[in-house]
Design a protein around this ligand. Structure first.
Ligand code: HEM
Ligand SMILES: CC(C)=CCC/C(C)=C/CC/C(C)=C/COP(=O)(O)OP(=O)(O)O
Length: 306
């Protein structure tokens, strides 16, 4: 039976085109890419005093979005056998065999090339840095780090942390220390974001033979690491204010958000209850969304006040 067919009474029926579209969309990890684009957009806005140029915003978001989606699709291809072993991922299009591997590879390549060409219209620096992030996630993390060390997501997290810098260079064509501060924020946020989920899904990762921290070092140790990284995030979170990049609104907003994250991590370590690791993971997503909104609000407030 062709993989694009399903068994029905009396024969086979092709998958509906809506289902096929849905599968290709799923391969791009749309919610993750949306969050990556938000951090890129904030990087673009913080790079200049007023509103960034429309061409840089549109081409930058489209290009970074296409390359991120390509990286996610490559991840689906390369991880399909591991995805098939985990309850969270066994229903994915490639793991289930609904999309054939060669079609997914072509899809990812088209997104990758299109994204590169779009970013090239802006500047070579952004095109190459974004491509490096794609390689970092799709190859270095997915193929090697993920299966090699429990520090996989710490090192691999650099690719996911890059979009604020990519947004910044899309607008200015140059690297800037303030853009690197934004990268540091996402980089420090990633371990508690992921390890909270990995605690919740520990048995899944063990079954698939993936050496995530709760599998190799135990849940108690991972909870300690989550707490330490939330404390580190609170310190890194002070840097935008200490360096004069952001003002009082940012300091107040980020402090509330970071203290909230520390609160979740403390409860996870010292007063855990069923479902709290999952709640901590969910909080991490709202935390990052709100943190970048606060950075933006603070930046525009400063522009209004001068
Ligand atoms: C190496 C770094 C990272 C790892 C290993 C990781 C891992 C994961 C995993 C496994 C999920 C799926 C959870 C589920 O079962 O629903 C997830 C969800 C999510 N991640 Fe991450 N993540 C990383 C970095 C990032 C970054 C940098 C961002 C954005 C800036 C991000 C944003 C999100 C969002 C928005 C979701 C929710 C998606 C949904 O609800 O479908 N992640 N992450
Ligand atoms: C060009 C650019 C900015 C690239 C970065 C692209 C990108 C999609 C980064 C997000 C990181 C992420 C979702 C990791 C989870 O992978 P996983 O394999 O551990 O999770 P899974 O088991 O859910 O697939």
């Amino acid at each position: 039976m062709a993989k694009s067919q399903v068994v029905v009474k009396g024969g086979y029926k092709p998958l509906s085109s809506a289902r096929v579209w849905q599968d290709y969309l799923t391969m791009t990890k749309p919610k993750v890419v949306a969050m990556l684009l938000l951090t890129a957009l904030v990087g673009m806005c913080l790079a200049v005093p007023g509103i960034p140029p429309l061409k840089a915003v549109v081409f930058g978001l489209v290009g970074i979005g296409l390359q991120s989606a390509a990286a996610a699709a490559f991840n689906h291809v390369l991880d399909r056998r591991f995805d098939a072993k985990m309850a969270r991922t066994y229903h994915r299009p490639l793991a289930k065999g609904r999309v054939e591997t060669h079609k997914a590879v072509i899809f990812a390549c088209v997104l990758m090339v299109a994204g590169f060409v779009v970013l090239w219209q802006l500047n070579a620096l952004t095109a190459w840095l974004t491509f490096a992030s794609l390689i970092g996630y799709a190859l270095v993390y997915t193929v090697w780090l993920k299966h090699a060390t429990p520090q996989n997501i710490v090192i691999g997290g650099l690719a996911g942390a890059a979009p604020p810098l990519l947004g910044w260079t899309a607008v200015t064509g140059e690297l800037h220390s303030h853009a690197l501060l934004l990268v540091m924020l996402v980089f420090t946020w990633t371990p508690p974001h992921f390890w909270a989920l990995a605690i919740h899904r520990r048995d899944d990762y063990a079954k698939a033979g993936i050496p995530m921290l709760p599998v190799t070092h135990g849940i108690g140790y991972t909870k300690t690491m989550v707490l330490l990284y939330t404390l580190m995030l609170a310190l890194v979170g002070l840097l935008p204010w200490l360096t004069g990049m952001s003002g009082g609104l940012y300091l107040a907003g980020s402090s509330v958000l970071n203290l909230g994250f520390i609160g979740y991590a403390l409860k996870l370590k010292f007063a855990d209850e069923p479902g709290h690791a999952w709640a901590t993971f969910k909080y991490s997503i709202w935390h990052l969304l709100a943190l970048f909104m606060v950075l933006l609000a603070d930046h525009w407030l400063a522009a209004l006040l001068v």
